[in-house]
Ligand binder design. Structure first.
Ligand code: XLS
Ligand code: NI
Ligand code: NI
Length: 434
């Protein structure tokens, strides 16, 4: 037991009527829903970076937290941090975690030193993963914090940065593979631009496409069976990020021949930044068979930036899982909390409560989504709304051409009468479940 979490007992399921703020009210891992336990539907993951590496800073002030593993610049403290992290995974009973290389070891100043530190700390993780029973949902490389990446990683004008990034991703893929990771993620934090005045966008996109093809080649070379995922986000830290949203990423993947190799890791807050709802992004991905995994952290709707808050809005989460369930579930993906505490939430208890609440909100949303699917009301409304397309004339029209359609409009005197979209009625329907 580490000092930081010494007063905290394993979180138990207390049921909806429990008044214990540190108990699950809706997440009972073993409860079965649509033939599968909640644990396997939701596949929760803790994000190592926000929960253990982030020190409570914001653009106006630095560290607010005090943790036994600070300062985070020695391997000894990296091991202390790992001890606490795995202790927390045990307390929460989460099946997965996710990490960037930079979260789990301090920067070594050169690629060989980084690689050896990564190897050392992931060797330290191995037995802990066994002991606690926590698996790796995905690994990734942080190619946005260090100053070498200020103008991008694979899209950097300097080929030496491309090389450093490639070597780094190789080492992180090796580490992810070694730990049995189920996915590998690339989020392009600085793969974008600040101004077009100094940017050759076409060339940068070609380099990014080539880089991702090398990721896929390397995956096959080492026999990594996990899924490669890219994570859309429109801006922040770059003014404009190339992986703007799901639709942009899908276009990019098709252009570079990667549509059968790479899927999407969608984040709720990034959807909002792109001016979409989360369910929009999920529906875009599922309509193309490209939903990979989700980062279930929301933004603050007033502040307009990526605040990475734990989910706390059941109706929103319910609609997201509705689309996930409709498409057959998360596959190799999971529900990662890419979410951090507010910087005033200093205590170990706050950290546990944040995850407990997030898991509960997701469980409640998932149950509402499953109930709507089992009831079938939304599906029925959809099939009624599109029923016209089931007729032989409508089907034949899609195989015909403008001239014959125009002839039919005249011959049959087609003159459509608008029909209600019934939005309010459907909103009222959803309200029965959330
Ligand atoms: C940042 C991203 C990041 C990725 C992993 O906004 O969400 O945390 O999930 O690099
Ligand atoms: Ni984010
Ligand atoms: Ni994310």
């Amino acid at each position: 037991m580490t000092d930081f979490l010494k007063d905290i007992a394993p979180v138990k399921f207390g049921g909806p009527d429990s008044t214990d703020p540190m108990a699950f009210h809706h997440y009972d891992a073993d409860e079965t829903l649509m033939g599968k336990p909640l644990r396997d539907h939701l596949r929760f993951a803790v994000a190592y970076w926000h929960s253990f590496a982030w020190e409570g800073g914001d653009p106006f002030g630095g560290q607010t937290f005090q943790r036994p593993w600070y300062p985070q610049d020695t391997m000894e403290n990296a091991r202390k941090k790992a001890d606490t992290a795995f202790e927390m995974f045990r307390i929460l009973g989460v099946p997965y975690f996710c990490f960037h290389d930079a979260d789990i070891h301090p920067d070594g100043g050169s690629f060989p030193e980084n690689e050896s530190r990564l190897k050392e700390i992931t060797d330290y993780f191995g037995p802990k993963m066994e002991e606690v029973g926590t698996k790796l949902l995905w690994g990734t490389a942080n190619m946005f914090s260090h100053r070498r990446y200020m103008s991008g990683a694979s899209t950097n004008p300097d080929p030496d940065v491309f090389a450093f990034a490639a070597a780094t991703v190789k080492s992180c893929m090796d580490a992810t593979h070694k730990l049995g990771g189920e996915n590998y993620v690339l989020w392009g934090g600085r793969e974008g631009y600040e101004t077009l005045i100094n940017t050759d966008m076409g060339q940068e996109l070609d380099h990014m496409g080539r880089f991702l093809n090398m990721v896929v080649d390397y995956k096959h070379k080492i026999g990594f069976k996990g899924t490669i995922l890219v994570e859309p986000k429109p801006q922040e830290p770059s003014k404009h990020q190339y992986d703007y949203d799901a639709a942009t990423c899908i276009g990019f993947l098709r252009k570079y021949g990667l549509e059968n190799e790479v899927k999407l890791n969608l984040e709720q807050g990034h959807a909002i930044l792109a001016g979409h709802t989360f369910e929009h992004e999920i529906a875009v991905a599922t309509s193309e068979g490209m939903l990979g995994s989700i980062d279930m952290n929301r933004n603050d709707y007033q502040s307009g930036w990526d605040t990475d808050q734990f989910p706390n809005n059941v109706p929103e989460v319910a609609l997201a899982y509705y689309h996930v369930l409709k498409s057959g579930g998360l596959g190799t993906g999971g529900t990662n909390f890419d979410a951090k505490l507010r910087r005033q939430s200093l205590d170990a208890e706050d950290l546990i409560a944040a995850h407990v609440g997030g898991m509960d909100v997701c469980a409640r949303g998932l149950k509402a989504a499953a109930a709507m699917i089992e009831d079938g009301g939304l599906e029925k409304a959809l099939s009624e709304r599109y029923a016209g397309w089931d007729t032989p004339e409508a089907k034949a029209m899609l195989e015909s051409d403008f001239a014959s359609i125009a002839e039919r409009v005249v011959a049959e005197g087609i003159n459509p009468e608008p029909r209600s979209g019934r939005q309010e009625i459907l909103e009222n329907y959803i309200n029965r479940f959330v």
